[in-house]
Every structure is written in C-alpha cells, then in structure tokens.
Design a protein around this ligand. Structure first.
Ligand code: HEM
Length: 517
C-alpha cells in the first residue's frame, strides 16, 4: 500500500515536473530549449514550426532518406513553409533561413561566427582549419592566410591557369567531336590547378594520387551525410565510434596525400631559400620574387619558422584549402559549362565577347578577364541557380534576439539555405529561369544585398572567390575559343543530391565540337 502510494506520488511529481519544463524545453526533441518571441508574441506567427515525422519532433525526419531524398526534403520544407522556419531535433532548435533579411542579420553579426554542429562531422577530414574553427584560432589563421589571396599573388597564378586550361583542351583538339564527362574531368582540372597554385606542387607525375584523393573525399562525404541524418550517429561519442571506423581507409588516403604535398613543398621552399641566401637576398621578400612563383603553402611554412603555427596547423589548413578550393570550383565550373551547352544563344554571346577582348588566350591575364562582363554575369547566374555551397551554418553561443522578435536560446543552430534563398520568389522574378542579365547593374539596384550569397558575406566570407572566378574564366576562354559546346545530358534528368557541397546524381556530359579556324 505504502509502496503504491510512493510510486503514484513519484509518477505525479514526475508528470508535474515534465509539464513544467515542457514549457521551456521540447522534451521529445531530446530536451531542446524552446525558441521564444519578444513581448509575449506567438513564435509561430513569426516563424512556422515544421511538423516532425514522428512524435520526437524532427529528430527522425531525415532518417532512412537517401541523398536525393534529403535534398528534396529541404526544398519541399522551404516551399511548404514559405518563410524562414523552425525545427526541433537532437537537443536544440534550428532556425532555417530562406530570406535575406535574416541572412543579413546573421552574417553581419560579429558574435555569430561559430559554425553549426554539422561542420563537426567534417573534422575527421579537415580537422579544425579555417572553415571549421572559431574564435581566436580562426581569427589568427584568417589574418595569416588572407594576404595570400591578394591581387599581387593572384596574378602569379595566371600562368598556371593558362597551362592547366591548355592541357585540358589539348585532350580533345584532335577529334572533330568529343563527348566528355564533366563529372569526371573537371574535378581533375580543378585539383591540379589548386595544387599547383596554392600548394606549389604539380600533380602531373602523380595523377593516380590525385584520383585517389578525390575518390576518398567522395566516400568520406557519403559517411558525412549518413552521420548528420542518423540520430544514432549524431552525438559525439557514438559518432566517434561508428562512422570514423568506416572512414579510416578514406581518411588515410586524404591525409597521406596532403602530408606528401607539404613534405614536397618544404623541400622546394628550402631549396629556394638556400638559393636566396647564396645570393644574399633577404628571406622576407620571397612572396614578391619575380623568378619563382609563390605558393600559399609557403606562407604557412614561413609562419611555422616564426612559431606562429605548427605542423598540425599546416595540415589543417592544407586539408581545408585543398578541399574547399577544388570541390567548390569543380561544381561551379561543371554547371557553367553545362549551362553554356544548354543555352546556345548565350554561349554565342560569351564566345563573341571572348573574341572581342582576348586576342590570344595563351597570354590572357587578369585585366583582360575583367573585360568579360557577359561571361561574368553568366557565371554569377549559374552559381545563383546551382550554388556550389547550398547551405551555410552557424550556432548561437548566447541567447540572441533577431530583428523579427524571435529569441534563439544559446546553442541554437542556424542554417541558411542558399539554394532556397537564391530561388525565393519574393526577391527573384521567375527564379527558375536562367537569365544572366539579372546581374546587369540596372537590374540589381533594388535587390536586397543578401539575396545573393554564393560566397557568403561578412567576416567569414569565402577567401577564394576572386581566385575561382579567375580560374573559371581562364578555362572558358580556352574552351570556347576552340569548341562549341552542345548538350548531352538532359537538364530535366538532373537529380540534385545533398553532400558537403551541391551534388548531382548524374554523370553530367556535354559534346565539344571543334570550331572552324
Ligand atoms: C565557386 C567556388 C566557391 C564557392 C561557391 C565558395 C563558397 C564559399 C562559402 C559559401 C563559404 C562560407 C562557408 C561557411 O560560412 O560555412 C566559403 C568559405 C571558404 N572558402 Fe570558398 N568557395 C569557393 C571557392 C573557394 C576556393 C577556390 C578556395 C580556396 C582556394 C576557397 C576557400 C574557402 C575557405 C578557406 C573558406 C573559409 C573561410 C573562413 O571561414 O574564414 N573557396 N566558401
């Protein structure tokens, strides 16, 4: 009798306690603290809450979906909600942003620079480099690496971009027509270019190492998606046990590749420094040496000598720059070439513009590239409609009030869906239509400045945006001067997938037809 009384009382107390904390926490979303609204307003009037698939809020919404299914889920959610919306999963709320007003607030907020927890799952491959780190470490590294993307350094890369572009087109010059797989060939081109410019290492004598690296990154990405979509893998300890095991062989290939690159560059740089000492030249003007090209990796190796970074730090940044650089550039280039094939009249405009401004592509430089205004708009429109980085994430480190009155508790996740933002019909007329002239100055005047953020904005914007525009334009000068590009893969068949970056399921192909001289 007494026992029954104790049990009933305990259950009652427990229920009362749960009822009380239910006001503050979404218990079934594994104790996620609830978002509040200023002045007692209703949260749902400001941001709709997406209904979860199970009673555990949104914890299991992605579970069991393949990469295309996850991609579709986010697009359908954005469409169904019609505005930025909330989900509750894995112990925290997530504010999913698809409008530029909220994006502006987040990206210009100096305290919102810590990446969302999804980025933790990239760390086995990238460690805590520029992309994933935060606070003082991020700030120090950003200050160290930013100068290596300045104009006077970028101009030194023209030569590599031209040589790699020439190598690319030479493969197809001997046939009147060639059907090529952009999915296979473009990543090789981008990785070679990044390795030679940023790392100062030519991959020509080790092409299979580059191929293995790219293949391993692809496999790692599959584990990445599995991790963030599976509640069992989500939490640190479990994540560290399961997926890491699966990843070990791929990670070994990735890290051995980057370690070899660092080792090779150390030797080359030492030779260079010795030569300079023999000629009694100071070390510190190495970056502006006219005879030899400076590689971004040299900055890190020199900083190590000054005690500003250690070997582990160099590895973090090399992994980050290699992955961040080659993968996003490949996607941008692949979709630009694919769109040139789809829109023949626009391809002709790009071609004519190149003929007008570039006499000889084998000497094309950064200044001549800046005259290609239509091509510039074409690339911008491509990365509007197919943003290589379709999602940018942040988390709050303290309670944060948004301009719309929402109050996000500390530890809230903020996901900015660039893909949906770039198609938001409130800010883009006929968003599904491909129209480079959206980016004519007269058509951009009234657009919200944060409606278009392929390279992000603010403190943590992309460090490589000028670099990649230069790379893409150089290859297109070579390609369009030699070939007309015709479509092979049907645009209607494209199936977008979720990955670390934007993916398509298809092997994307085009036909190159040699132009008459
Ligand atoms: C079309 C090509 C590219 C696109 C669309 C792109 C896009 C972006 C975006 C959206 C971010 C912000 C990510 C975030 O906040 O989580 C970013 C950051 C970054 N990007 Fe790029 N990127 C491209 C090419 C490159 C290249 C070529 C490099 C280097 C060679 C590069 C290096 C980086 C780095 C290091 C960061 C982290 C910056 C920081 O947090 O301080 N990116 N990029």
């Amino acid at each position: 009798m007494v026992c029954a009384f104790i049990v009933i009382t305990a259950v009652f107390v427990l229920l009362c306690w749960l009822l009380k904390i239910n006001k503050e926490y979404y218990i079934l979303a594994l104790f996620a603290r609830r978002v509040r609204a200023k002045d007692g307003r209703s949260v749902e009037n400001i941001a709709p809450i997406l209904k979860g698939r199970t009673i555990f809020a949104n914890c299991f919404d992605l579970y069991g979906k393949d990469h295309a299914g996850i991609f579709r889920y986010y697009r359908d959610s954005a469409q169904a909600m019609g505005k930025s919306y909330l989900v509750y999963a894995f112990g925290s709320p997530t504010y999913n942003i698809i409008d530029p007003v909220n994006v502006e607030f987040v990206l210009s907020h100096t305290s919102l620079i810590t990446k969302s927890t999804d980025y933790d799952f990239m760390q086995p491959a990238l460690h805590k480099g520029l992309l994933t780190s935060t606070g003082k470490k991020w700030h120090t590294r950003r200050t160290m690496i930013t100068p290596t993307f300045r104009f006077n350094i970028l101009v030194q890369f023209e030569e590599v971009f031209r040589a790699e572009s020439q190598k690319f087109v030479t493969q197809f010059e001997h046939q009147a027509e060639s059907i090529i797989s952009l999915t296979e060939l473009i990543p090789r081109f981008s990785l070679n270019s990044i390795c030679e410019t940023a790392m100062g290492i030519n991959l020509d004598d080790m092409p299979e190492r580059g191929d293995n690296y790219r293949e391993s990154i692809k496999k790692f990405e599959k584990c990445f998606v599995k991790t963030f979509s599976n509640p069992l893998h989500y939490y640190g300890t479990i994540f560290n046990i399961f997926p890491l095991n699966e990843n070990i062989p791929y990670l070994r290939v990735v890290h051995e590749f980057t370690n070899d690159i660092i080792a090779k560059r150390r030797i080359l740089l030492e030779e260079e420094l010795n030569e300079r000492r023999c000629n009694q030249l100071p070390d510190d003007d190495i970056y502006v040496n006219k005879k030899r090209r400076f590689a971004m990796l040299d900055t890190l190796i020199c900083a190590e000598k000054d005690g500003l970074i250690d070997h582990a730090g160099i590895c973090e940044e090399v992994n980050t720059l290699m992955f961040g650089g080659f993968d996003t550039s490949s996607i941008g280039l692949m979709f630009t070439i694919f769109n040139l094939a789809l829109y023949q009249d626009m391809q002709e405009l790009c071609y004519q513009e190149i003929l007008t401004h570039i006499d000889d592509q084998s000497t094309v430089d950064i200044n001549q590239l800046s005259n290609l205004k239509y091509l510039d708009r074409f690339i911008k429109e491509t990365i509007r409609i197919c943003p290589p980085v379709p999602v940018i994430g942040r988390q709050t480190s303290e309670e944060t009030e948004l301009p719309n009155g929402l109050i996000l508790p500390a530890g809230s996740q903020i996901i900015m869906h660039v893909f949906d933002l770039h198609r938001n019909p409130k800010y883009w007329d006929k968003p599904e239509e491909f129209d480079p002239d959206r980016f004519l100055p007269k058509n951009s005047i009234n657009r919200h400045p944060y409606a278009y953020i392929p390279f992000s904005m603010g403190l943590r914007n992309c460090i490589g945006q000028k670099y990649v525009m230069m790379l893409i334009k150089t290859l297109l000068c070579f390609l369009l001067k030699k070939f007309q590009i015709l479509p092979v893969t049907d645009a209607k068949d494209l199936v977008f997938n979720t990955g670390i970056t934007l993916r398509v399921e298809n092997n994307v192909k085009v036909k190159l037809v040699l132009r008459n001289k």
